[in-house]
Ligand binder design. Structure first.
Ligand code: TRP
Ligand code: SF4
Length: 400
């Protein structure tokens, strides 16, 4: 219907670590080569839980964008922007709030979960309740088809689908819809119009999904339709009204398997991270002081790699031969732990080297980052503006 856009956002948590890289950024970097992508900093979302400490948000935001760039997110392929710089997100959030049932928001699982988990924070605010609706606005305003997220965010994408459906149901039924749809079909020319009618009937009467996708493909290839007609026809094919907002799908990102320095998942709150800008000496030091199999007290004691967090890093970084070397060396006491750790240090440093180099360019000249984001904001604003025109019109708010 629209081009297959991918959109994702991250709250500005400051500088990122290897867990983010293996869990999220590598995935974004791949997606940007396959789809038009939009990646943004969800700074308003940060304020929903940290409204009392807004000071950190901006710095965290720039640090994070530098790390995205360092990790290979390419501003020539993806649009990078900051949520709060596109005021249209707030407008859509407000308009959606008119029709978003309170019960839907209260039932989003993260609402109660987070209130319990972050009990030291005041989360009994209007803004926090609206968190998923703001996220829905982020997604819907770009008519994104795919939203790469971790498992915890899937309910938010589901919620977004429901909001889109409700919106289209409420506002997609304009007066004279059927006639307008039929007039639009005629514009396709006799042959194609006949085929489209046939396919629609097959879908509506026989439920043939294939007929629907063929009909959609036919519309996709039709150059001479206005956007309004296109929205009408996509809705009309399925027996509904205009499809103004697009229902997105979550692209589930596998939970990061990146182990931290203590064997638990790498996470800032566990203090077990290696940052993307960690210098080589610091990487070496952190790995050298990592705990190992506690049963391997002396160099001559054989160890059990499965009980050692260093082994978990070998599983991420080493090839089969290296893994065999480490495993055999450990279980036979053939190698010492420092020896075992060295290839991990080398591999992490090799992975970080190009990231450090890229980050340095942006740290030396911060205007580069400002310009990339300004350019991304401009592009995002244009796309958001297109959707808002349709939304305002559908809700009876176009005063021109
Ligand atoms: N809520 C997301 C998170 O905490 C961040 C986010 C905000 C987001 N808006 C989004 C993610 C839109 C995907 C799409 O990770
Ligand atoms: Fe861990 Fe390697 Fe030491 Fe075995 S040899 S305990 S795997 S660091």
């Amino acid at each position: 219907m629209y081009e297959t856009r991918v959109l994702s956002g991250m709250r500005p948590t400051g500088s990122l670590h290897l867990g983010h890289y293996h869990g999220v950024l590598k995935n974004w970097a791949r997606l940007q080569t396959e789809y038009p992508c939009l990646f943004f900093v969800a700074d308003w979302h940060a304020l929903t839980t940290d409204y009392d400490a807004p000071g950190d948000v901006q710095k965290n935001c720039w640090d994070m964008v530098v790390d995205w760039l360092a990790a290979g997110i390419d501003p020539n392929q993806a649009i990078l922007f900051i949520q709060s710089q596109i005021a249209e997100h707030a407008e859509l959030h407000l308009l959606l709030s008119m029709m978003a049932p309170l019960g839907w928001l209260e039932r989003v699982p993260t609402y109660k979960d987070q209130q319990e988990k972050l009990s030291h924070k005041d989360l009994s605010t209007y803004g926090f309740l609206g968190y998923p609706l703001l996220q829905a606005a982020d997604i819907l305003i770009y008519r994104a088809r795919f939203v790469p997220v971790g498992e915890d965010q899937v309910p938010h994408v589901e919620f977004t689908r429901e909001v889109a459906r409700r919106f289209n149901h409420l506002y997609g039924k304009e007066p004279g819809f059927e006639d307008k749809a039929k007039a639009a079909v005629k514009k396709m020319g006799t042959k194609k119009a006949r085929l489209l009618n046939e396919l629609r009937t097959r879908f509506m009467e026989q439920g043939e999904a294939e007929a629907l996708s063929r009909a959609q493909a036919l519309l996709e290839g039709q150059q001479n339709l206005s956007r309004g007609d296109r929205e009408r026809l996509y809705g009309w094919l399925e027996g509904g009204g205009k499809k103004i907002l697009v229902e997105p799908e979550a692209l589930l990102t596998e939970a990061s398997k990146m182990p931290g320095l203590d064997g638990q998942k790498m996470s800032k709150s566990y203090g077990n991270t290696i940052s993307l800008r960690e210098d080589p000496e610091s990487v070496a030091k952190k790995i050298r002081t990592m705990p190992t199999d506690p049963a391997r007290v002396k160099r001559s004691d054989p160890g059990t790699p499965e009980k050692c967090p260093v082994w978990s890093l070998h599983l991420v970084y080493s090839d089969e031969a290296k893994k065999r070397w480490a495993h055999d060396g450990c279980t036979t006491a053939g190698i010492g732990c420092l020896e075992c750790k060295q290839p991990v240090i080398d591999a992490i440093n090799a992975e970080l080297a190009p990231m450090r180099a890229r980050a340095q360019v942006y740290l030396d000249d911060p205007t580069l980052v400002r310009n990339i984001v300004a350019d991304g904001c401009e592009k995002a604003k244009r796309l958001a503006g297109e959707t808002m025109r349709d939304v305002r019109e559908a809700m009876g708010l176009s005063y021109s």
